[in-house]
Ligand binder design. Structure first.
Ligand code: 6GU
Length: 237
């Protein structure tokens, strides 16, 4: 999977992309992530990426020109580099903004099937509507609250997608979450010591009886979900 990110704050991404599983996924060549500075695609000497809204109002709006130019440049390069079975794959362009469709595990699974994503981080009071109408394939939000920009949202999305790419997580891990995700919360986990400050680990987990353990975990996951997130039980995966 190839992910191109277009942002006015490219430096924000380093610490997230160069740590942990996302870093390892890139090293293993399971994903290729490139961060592009939107200002590199401006045409004026001040590298201006925003302007005042037509019709008045407060705040600044990201202009269409540099965003179109960035996406066009990435798409033209993609024709050479992102190939599958000898064929170029069409990049899917996503704008991160609060008006977008809310990110869910289901949405992430759909997006993770794409071979090439271009993520545009929205900013300020908004993005010129012509970007949304004529350049972007879909808009994604990470929840019902307002961030100062799409950067953190893009990082959340990348993190979420990377772990779904085959071969990024160990087989054991991936099977584990596949069987539960979406419908149920994770069952309670414990590690050593078996007694910590007088608090015991449930006896069954020390029994070595794998069938019993599996049954207990399922029961606990259902119990936990009913108590904390009953809404999840109604969802289809
Ligand atoms: Cl994608 N952008 C901004 N600015 N705020 C958000 C968001 C995105 N998702 C949730 N809040």
């Amino acid at each position: 999977m190839k992910i191109d990110i277009i942002t006015i704050f490219p430096k924000m991404f380093g610490p997230v992309l160069n740590e942990s599983i996302v870093k390892r996924a890139q090293e293993k060549k399971k994903v290729k992530i490139a961060v592009h500075d939107l200002r590199d695609y401006t045409l004026d000497k001040h590298r201006k990426v925003d302007d005042r809204p037509f019709g008045g109002g407060s705040g600044m709006v990201l202009t269409a020109e540099p965003i179109f130019r960035a996406v066009e440049k990435i798409k033209s390069q993609g024709r050479l580099s992102v190939r599958q079975a000898g064929k170029a794959t069409k990049p899917h362009v996503v704008l991160l903004c609060p008006q977008g469709e809310k990110l869910t595990q289901k949405k992430a699974k759909t997006l993770a099937k794409r071979k090439h994503l271009i993520l545009i981080c929205g900013h300020y009071e908004g993005v010129d509507e012509r970007v949304k109408e004529n350049l972007v394939d879909e808009q994604v939000s990470i929840g019902d609250y307002v961030l100062t920009g799409g950067e953190l949202a893009a990082m959340v999305l990348v993190d979420c997608l990377v772990r779904l790419v085959p071969g990024v997580l160990g087989d054991k891990n991936s099977l584990n979450f596949e069987s539960f995700e979406g419908n149920l919360l994770e069952y309670p986990q414990y590690t050593r010591p078996a007694n910590f400050r007088g608090m015991d680990v449930p006896e069954v987990l020390l029994s070595g009886n794998h069938q019993k353990i599996a049954a207990w975990r399922k029961k606990e996951a259902i119990k936990k979900t009913k108590k904390l997130r009953p809404d999840l039980l109604k969802l289809k995966n």
